[in-house]
Design a protein around this ligand. Structure first.
Ligand code: MBD
Ligand code: FE
Length: 280
């Protein structure tokens, strides 16, 4: 919990770094593969230095910046914002079911399990437009996937994620919804706000030094799974929302844009979106 801390780059970065380290990741990569990949990346760096006659002052600025990325705990943020989208593209290129996109740095496993129709854990009077997000999970053959799990997590109306910003209940706007026998789910939540990369850390420094902007469009994160099927990691965005066309993380795909409509009773918006999972 970051209860007595500020919503700083260093605090959310430290939480994201700790989360990633707990996950443990030990790819068994051969020396030949490391030689190939590390060699090619380094050669690309050398080529850039020669081509643009990089100076010692610029080299020292790079060194200081890389040190700061680590000190701020921002390696998860940096990699997920500027690199992960290409890894995801390569990893899922042969899928026939629903499109996915990057996981990002703020996933936490083992969120509270909820029934097929559920309201995500939220505060009393959680700010934001209420959203009913519903749909069904099926196989590429059109079979409904009974008991599929829909993990969902998203930022609040201020753009903050529970467990990565202070003073938010632990599982706020996070849940694991278990679909019914027809693979259907109905999730009551609130619409998230666009997300701004922390501006006070190393990633923010790169963004301002390069004259970029720091924004991701508002998004819902999802992991959809069912036995015998490939895990789908996705995000869904909102039609017409800010930065849908210029996501800093380059993680928007046309298939991932929701267009919610006002509910007939006036209590917020609703939208239906179905997921199709590829076989294992
Ligand atoms: C996010 O919320 C996010 O989803 C990504 C990919 C990067 C930074 C913050
Ligand atoms: Fe996110």
């Amino acid at each position: 919990q970051l209860s007595d801390q500020q919503a700083t780059a260093a605090a959310s970065g430290a939480a994201a770094t700790e989360r990633f380290q707990q996950k443990g990741s030990a790819a068994d990569t051969s020396p030949e593969r490391v030689d190939l990949l590390a060699g090619e990346v380094l050669k690309a760096v050398h080529d850039t230095i020669r081509k643009h006659e990089v100076t010692y002052a610029e080299y020292d600025a790079l060194k200081a910046w890389l040190i700061q990325v680590g000190a701020d705990g921002e390696w998860p943020l940096f990699l997920d914002v500027w690199v992960e989208h290409v890894v995801e593209e390569v990893a899922t290129s042969d899928r026939r079911g629903s499109k996915g996109t990057i996981e990002g740095p703020y996933y936490v496993p083992d969120a509270p399990r909820l029934p097929a129709e559920a309201t995500l854990p939220m505060r009393d009077a959680e700010p934001g437009t209420p959203l009913l997000f519903q749909g069904e999970v099926s196989s590429v053959a059109g079979q409904p996937l009974s008991g599929a799990e829909v993990e969902i997590w998203h930022a609040d109306d201020d753009g903050y994620y529970s467990q990565f910003a202070p003073d938010i209940p632990e599982w706020n706007l996070r849940g694991t919804v278990v679909a019914d026998e027809q693979g259907r789910f109905k999730i009551h939540t609130v619409q998230p706000a666009p997300y701004q990369i922390p501006t006070d850390g190393a990633c923010g420094k790169l963004i301002s030094a390069a004259g970029w902007h720091a924004w991701r469009p508002a998004h819902l994160h999802l992991k959809v799974s069912a036995p015998g099927h490939q895990l789908l990691t996705a995000q869904l965005y909102f039609a017409g929302g800010e930065h849908v066309a210029d996501d800093i993380a380059q993680a928007v795909k046309p298939e991932l844009i929701l267009d919610p409509a006002p509910k007939p009773d006036g209590s917020g918006n609703e939208v239906t979106y179905d997921f199709v999972l590829d076989p294992e």
